[in-house]
Design a protein around this ligand. Structure first.
Ligand code: SF4
Length: 431
């Protein structure tokens, strides 16, 4: 029997797909063409309303175009929107993000014509499973699920629930397995990585110190942090970030430049505290890559408060900014607030995009003329090879020597584009 899977959403959801495919690959053939599949699995995401709409549209299309194929909806959507899925695909089976180990049984029953619904919260670690990796050189390691916050706009909390940090030994085993299997990049992921260990007397810096002791030629990218949990840890974080195996890259969502809006979002930090974290990191790592997130059009956001966000972003100069237009998520406190007009939200999103794209280009241009050692991680999407600087900046080099994949090489940065740098090889096989 042939299985096809579509994956949406964050690194944790990509890891969930890798695990489900790993578990299924003993018994089923994993294929990349939907038309030829006996079972289609949609691994869904519901973080934003446009993504939810896109997935429901996909589900409807599959039911119409492939009435005889078996459909399974996996991921976060079944955990909060099982009724919407039933309405769109009455015969589809469902397997929630917390039930990955059940995937083989769900596929078996579904193929036998028995609808299976496996949903509901549980906290068993998503570690130690066989994997079919989306990219063989990248090991995605989930370190925790859930968080200690209750951001008023967030639907993820309804799926992931309270913080559950996974045992350190299981995480270390997973990283070692990734390195043994040839992964060159380890992505540590969680809803809030800096909340790690708060529920088990540990911390992210201490976990990172342990990971740094693992032998091997690999780099580690730390996933999204919440400034509220990062603030008390910043000095210890900076200490461990000095390690050469850690990309000098932080993903720290700001969400708003207005303290009043941050209070209404229940983000539990101030703009001043955010600046303090970034200032401390940049004092030690001048080139560190700051990736941030901003929500524009939060229901109570005034023009003046939006301008505060523009000003703060201008001062922060983040290399990357993910801009979200506020969209009410069901059963979240912010969904009860009267929304701004869609035109206002659109205008603010456009203004923020123009500003952030200008900053990203300027930040990338600063790298032109530099000599760098980069890790080649994969083939470039449009030819060449793609590497990463020690600050996790993507660099495309024009070579067809695929033996360099997984190697550290020296390059000269000759140009910069919005999404990446361009480099020429100066020395191969550094290590
Ligand atoms: S930290 Fe906030 S935004 Fe992130 S998952 Fe938790 S409640 Fe949602």
């Amino acid at each position: 029997m042939k299985i096809y899977m579509d994956t949406y959403g964050c690194s944790a959801n990509q890891a969930a797909s890798e695990i489900m495919l790993g578990l299924l690959s003993n018994k089923f053939q994993i294929i990349s063409k939907k038309d030829e599949a006996d079972v289609i699995i949609i691994n869904s995401c519901i973080v934003k309303s446009p993504t939810e709409a896109k997935i429901l549209f996909q589900i409807k299309k599959i039911v119409q175009e492939y009435p005889h194929k078996k459909l399974i909806v996996a991921g976060c959507m079944p955990e909060v929107y099982s009724m919407k899925i039933r309405k769109t695909a009455p015969n589809a089976s469902m397997i929630g993000i917390h039930h990955l180990s059940e995937i083989e049984n769900v596929v078996d029953d579904t193929l036998r014509g028995k609808q299976r619904i496996e949903i509901g919260h549980n906290s068993s670690p998503k570690l130690g499973y066989p994997r079919i990796r989306i990219d063989d050189r990248i090991g995605i390691v989930q370190i925790a699920q859930g968080c200690i916050s209750n951001c008023t706009y967030c639907i993820v909390k309804r799926v992931m629930g309270p913080l559950v940090s996974y045992p350190e030994e299981l995480i270390l085993d997973e990283v070692k397995r990734c390195v043994l299997q040839g992964c060159k990049e380890i992505w540590l992921t969680a809803q809030d990585t800096t909340a790690y260990g708060l529920d088990r007397g540990s911390t992210l810096p201490s976990l990172l110190q342990s990971i740094m002791q693992i032998d091997g030629n690999f780099m580690v990218r730390v996933g999204m942090m919440n400034p509220a949990t990062a603030y008390p840890l910043v000095d210890d974080l900076i200490e461990v970030f000095k390690h050469s195996k850690l990309y000098k890259f932080i993903h720290l969502p700001l969400q708003s430049g207005s303290n009043a809006i941050l209070r209404q979002m229940k983000r539990n930090y101030t703009v001043e505290q955010y600046f303090e974290i970034i200032k401390k990191f940049r004092t030690v790592f001048q080139d560190i890559t700051l990736s941030t997130d901003v929500i524009v059009g939060f229901p109570t956001e005034t023009e003046a408060q939006f301008n505060e966000s523009l000003n703060v972003i201008t001062l922060l100069q983040p290399s990357l900014t993910n801009i979200s237009k506020f969209g009410p998520r069901e059963k979240t406190p912010a969904a009860k607030l009267p929304p701004l007009s869609s035109q206002t939200i659109k205008d603010r999103s456009r203004k923020m995009t123009v500003l952030c794209q200008k900053i990203t280009r300027e930040k990338n241009n600063e790298w032109i003329g530099r000599e760098e050692t980069i890790l080649i991680v994969s083939r470039g999407k449009k030819g060449g090879l793609e590497g990463r600087t020690y600050t996790y900046k993507p660099v495309i080099i024009d070579t067809r020597n695929h033996e360099l994949i997984g190697k550290f090489v020296n390059v000269s940065i000759v140009d910069a584009k919005y999404s990446h740098l361009l480099g020429t090889l100066t020395e191969e096989f550094i290590r």
